[in-house]
Design a protein around this ligand. Structure first.
Ligand code: CAA
Length: 260
């Protein structure tokens, strides 16, 4: 499959997947999600030379600013549940990928972008990186695993605050809370991620795959939480509030929520 919205570059067995929608802050529209799925489910497993994957965003401002809000108009509960389930399934593929996947977070990682970064095994960020789950501003909740993985990384108290307020975390705060593994200057971001993948590539590949599998197994009790998120996401996408939130974003004004 040829890709339109992602770009794949390979160097010495390290694959850099760039979300390439700079004008839309690399927002994840349906086509982009399908291409990410295609890479992790079909293409990457066939690459015998693959040591690891680095995911980053095009341009200097954004890693990924979320799911594409412009595709959200006309959503209903069933479509919302399907969208959430598809996104969760794709991000689970990344989380369960048997080789290291590192998010090189080069700016805003919001909503689905924060969720994408959290599905990766490690996160390296630039100083200007900003993490957050601002879905409540739109009258919906995170739908690609954010309510579950944010707790796993930063604990319930801080996760609850970020999810309820929609506030963003700067790179230094994200580092202190354990959401980010390292901070690197923008021009060294990919090199830092590459050096970590090279280090991991020198270890036993079966052991690496089993570490990923086993660490993920610790969180399996959360499976019901993910399902609850799918149902709740579907419910919030079916509201007047969400129609108003998404319309207000596109019209560049503050939303006027009715609570319906
Ligand atoms: N979807 C679609 N388009 C987006 C977008 C998104 N998530 N984020 C940014 N864009 C677009 C803007 O609409 C704008 O397009 P136009 O030039 O056509 O108007 C362009 O990208 C540049 O954005 P801004 O002008 O807003 O840039 P800024 O520097 O002023 O602000 C920002 C940057 C803080 C990231 C801001 O764009 C923003 O708040 N984006 C939305 C973030 C968000 O709410 N993400 C959650 C999405 S819902 C989700 O992800 C649900 C889920 O879990 C599945």
């Amino acid at each position: 499959m040829s890709y339109q919205n992602i770009q794949i570059q390979e160097q010495n067995g390290i694959y850099i997947l760039t979300i390439n929608r700079e004008k839309a802050m690399n927002a994840l529209n349906g086509q982009t999600m399908t291409e990410i799925r295609q890479f992790f489910a079909e293409d990457a497993p066939k690459k015998n030379d693959l040591k690891g994957v680095i995911i980053t965003g095009a341009g200097p401002k954004a890693f990924v600013a979320g799911a594409d809000i412009k595709e959200f108009l006309g959503m209903n509960a069933e479509k919302g549940r399907q969208l959430s389930q598809k996104g969760q399934d794709i991000f689970l593929l990344i989380e369960q990928f048997p080789k290291p996947v590192i998010a090189a977070v080069n700016g805003f990682a919001l909503g689905g972008g924060c969720e994408l970064a959290m599905a990766c095994h490690l996160r390296i960020a630039t100083e200007n990186a900003r993490f957050g789950q601002p879905e409540v501003n739109l009258g919906i909740i995170p739908g690609y695993g954010g309510t579950q993985r944010l707790i796993q990384y930063i604990g319930k108290g801080k996760a609850m605050e970020l999810l309820l307020t929609g506030d963003m975390l700067g790179a230094q705060d994200a580092l202190q809370l354990g959401l980010v593994n390292h901070i690197a200057p923008a021009e060294e971001l990919i090199a830092k991620a590459t050096s970590i993948i090279e280090k991991i590539a020198a270890k036993g590949p079966v052991a690496i795959a089993k570490i990923i599998e086993t660490v993920n197994a610790y969180f399996h009790y959360n499976t019901d939480g993910f399902n609850a998120e799918v149902l709740a996401f579907g419910a919030t996408t079916n509201t007047e509030d969400f129609k108003e939130g998404a319309t207000a974003f596109i019209e560049k004004r503050s939303p006027n929520f009715s609570g319906k």
